[in-house]
Design a protein around this ligand. Structure first.
Ligand SMILES: C[S@@+](CC[C@H](N)C(=O)[O-])C[C@H]1O[C@@H](n2cnc3c(N)ncnc32)[C@H](O)[C@@H]1O
Length: 250
């Protein structure tokens, strides 16, 4: 992947995304960046683990715009202590981050300073973004990243799609992420492509296909040692479809 600067692009729900011209790939769904992040990472990931008061440890693959981190901070809303580690090989410039419209309107305005702080915070150090949200950004390649074992409750797997970065969606990568999760830990991703499901299952995950956000039939939720966990999805939120996922690009 070369290092062309990404450009800001508006998505259909009015929220911004970035477009990487060298890969011809968006950072989010063109049908709605915030809508997608809330559906995939917050409702299908975070909601599954915030049911008691213990601290939560989250790992994000592909920090990018910090949208997932910011929505996580907003959703947790001081209820629980969050240790959020994010890896990113090509950090977004501050000049671009400042123009993103995620905190421009409504309740989100309240999080504007936290959002900027996330981008400004030093790499490789644990930084207090708020009283209960600690962020550690790692400027590292997923391929060489060696996460600690049995450490995370939840992984947001938000790499560019396997169409453009197939090397990031392999069993070898998922094996180290599986090892880094605690028992009953969850990995969520927007991509429900067959080879991704297969690679996740190969390393021991129990994989569930859930309905996707607008424009995408399915997403994946992968659970480590799921036998002991009740991972039902609230019926009001998800209605399983009976056809195969077809869309693999954003
Ligand atoms: C789909 S975008 C990120 C979306 C991000 N979560 C957001 O909401 O903006 C994928 C991200 O992975 C980063 N990336 C690409 N290759 C990587 C690698 N080998 N290791 C770590 N990060 C990588 C990209 O720079 C990009 O920021």
């Amino acid at each position: 992947m070369n290092e062309l600067k990404p450009e800001i692009s508006r998505t259909e729900d009015g929220s911004d995304s970035l477009f990487n011209a060298s890969l011809n790939e968006f950072y989010h769904s063109k049908y709605g960046a915030v809508t997608e992040s809330e559906h995939v990472f917050i409702k299908s990931g975070l909601y599954e683990i915030i049911n008691d008061n213990s601290p939560v440890h989250i790992l994000e693959i592909g920090f990018g715009t910090a949208l997932n981190a910011m929505l996580t901070l907003k959703e947790i809303n001081k209820r629980q202590l969050v240790f959020y580690t994010a890896i990113e090989l090509f950090p977004v410039d501050m000049e671009i981050a400042q123009k993103l419209n995620y905190c421009d309107a409504g309740d989100m305005k309240f999080y504007h300073e936290d959002f900027l702080k996330m981008h400004q915070s030093e790499w490789e150090k644990e930084i207090d973004i708020s009283q209960n949200f600690k962020l550690k950004k790692r400027n590292i390649d997923l391929l060489t990243f060696q996460p600690e074992a049995n450490c995370y409750d939840l992984i947001y797997f938000d790499a560019f799609s396997p169409n453009v970065q197939p090397e990031l969606w392999t069993a070898a990568v998922f094996q180290k992420l599986f090892n880094s999760l605690k028992d009953n830990g969850i990995l969520v991703t927007y991509c429900a492509k067959g080879i991704v499901k297969q690679a996740l299952r190969q390393v021991g995950f129990v994989v569930k296909r859930l309905p996707g956000p607008p424009g995408k039939r399915h997403i994946l939720q992968a659970i480590k040692n799921a036998k002991t966990k009740n991972t039902h999805c609230p019926k009001k939120m998800f209605h399983l479809f009976d056809f195969e996922a077809g869309i693999t690009k954003r």
